[in-house]
Design a protein around this ligand. Sequence first.
Ligand code: ADP
Ligand code: MG
Length: 712
Amino acid sequence: MSNCNRSTVVNNIAKMRNLPPMESCKVNNINYAVDVFNIKTMKKYLKADIAEELVETIKNRSKLNPELANYVAKAMKEWALERGVTHFTHWFQPLTGATAEKHDSFLEIGGEGEAIMRFSGKNLIVGEPDASSFPSGGLRSTFEARGYTAWDPTSPAFIKRHSNGATLCIPTAFCSYTGDALDRKTPLLRSIQALRNSVKRLMKNFSAPDSRFEVTLGAEQEYFLIDKQFYMTRPDLLQTGRTLFGAVPPKHQQLEDHYFGSIKPRILTFMTELDQELWKLGIPAKTRHNEAAPAQFEVAPIFEELNLAVDHNMLVMELIRQTAERHGLVALLHEKPFKGVNGSGKHNNWSITYGDRNLLDPGDNPHENAIFLTVLSAVIMAVDKHSDLLRSVTASAGNDHRLGAAEAPPAIISIFLGDQLTDVIHQLEKGGVLSSRASSKMKIGVDTLAPLPKDATDRNRTSPFAFTGNKFEFRAPGSSQSCAGVCMTLNTIVAEAMDSISDELEKFSKESFNEELQKLLQKIIKSHKKIIFNGNNYSDDWRKEAERRGLLNLKTTTEALKVLLLEENAKLFDKYQVLSRTELRSRYDVFLEEYQRKIIIEGKTALEMVSNIILPVVRDEIKKSVDTIVEMKKLSLASPTGIFAERIEKMAKNFDLMLEEMQTLDNALKEENYADIVNRMQALRELVDLLEENVDDRKWPLPKYREMLFIY
Ligand code: ADP
Ligand code: MG
């Protein structure tokens, strides 16, 4: 790779004229859910009574009648064949963090050698992919490699298209021969069940009629886009998804001119196609905009039922990547692809619906207020008691660059409530809340809470866990993470908190219910208010204050994952039948190993890049400069102690230090000392980035930040 490549790439992009004329957008491409076998389609392809039975099964999440599966399979096949589908796959979410699929065609051969397209109820309900190569953390030894996929009828089948064909995808759960969960969906579904039980129990105490329960999730997805030609010339991006080297340019995001800025036509063309593709799959993409860092963007859907929203977010990530490719771009979903500018997160907006009420909506009468304050207290209790688990489920090699650093929420978990709600909570703690009729103290369940302004969201973008009007927004999760683990944990800890509240409520007498509830909430706030913080979470003061309050600050993945080994956490997941002890342990093993492998890959890539790409260029630069000095001296043009010579000396010194750092990184890699590898890579990077700023620009072989982040 020579300097030519870099300038060629820049020239190519500058000359690019591949945008279609404006006229072409007259076509209205809505096509919402055309590639989804949803309830509406089901009703068209199934007899009314069968469709009704299936809809009931889905709504009540009851056991599936196997008879039904044959009818559904037949209808699904008919629908799929009409839409050009030839293959089907059980689509599942192993612990790799990606989705997995193994395709089978509908093809069978008849007695006379003719093609018959077949898809049975059995094909729909179970699959048996060879599971031996998926991470299981020792749950399944390779000699017993069988894994099973089981149809999840609550997430509709959909069609994935490519340029010359299409595949029917059936969302499934994935478990081992012995029934252990090998995926992210199974525990998520279990946690929804656990929370359902706890919410129903809690609501019974408020004499609410048995109602439809739903956890809701809206996942805001951040990502970077760069021109594919840059990507192809950066081994670090190719191998690790982030830049291991690269000096921060003079202008990056400090002018705040990118955030919500006008979207460049090339990007908008990409976004339009992305929305069209998402809509075809029934994914309700709603918002699109430029994010804080240059070349950073966001897409957010309308919130949906949690299990569906998690599946949809997996597809959002896949479609962002694929659509980008079609536009000559590459999407980087890594949490920190570029040093010195914002990283990418995934804001999990989470709430609970019961009947037609959002339980995190304050409501506007005394009864609704009481329920809201109780649910709010449950969340505060849950997050305070289990902040370690919430930190732990956001831990990954990529997210360490966000959470561990002084950027976008810190590793310290805290809750933002906003001034007004905090005030309510403080008054509640003191023994009564000011009602809307000002001055007088409110009695819970009797008086009405002063209405919170709908946008009580007094925007605090620094908090890892923020109340935003009628939902909580968990902002710590990383951009490439599945929402499944995050929400599974949230559901389980809130279920526990609600149960502990119900334990008390059930002892109250009807007559004194409201007063006793008030006292109970008062007690909860008193013991858990230390988790509430409305200030600037990035500040040093908060770090000190958090320490004083006794809040955890688990800076690295290695520290954060250890939480999964604690007996109390094993007990919690076991009690709610979300993860057995062995399943939890297996997750610890899988996540730790994934972290370690990623660090090794990064370390080796860094070493190779310096040794093969950077070192030769710096060496030549020094040689050339030294030759120049010798020439100059011959002609008595400069003294050996002049500024030019000083410059060369400095470069030679850094070159030497770089060689030294390569050696120490190599040692750390040999010793598999992960913390050390991370530190050594950082030290090596600092030297390389300094050299980048001093080497002849025409010779620097790697695309620079100012190019990757600004030329597209
Ligand atoms: P922001 O200003 O942070 O972008 P928005 O109001 O646009 O906030 O919402 C962000 C996300 O929250 C969207 O995906 C939205 O659909 C989702 N959301 C809104 N209400 C709920 C809810 N009750 N439960 C879950 N997610 C919700
Ligand atoms: Mg948001």
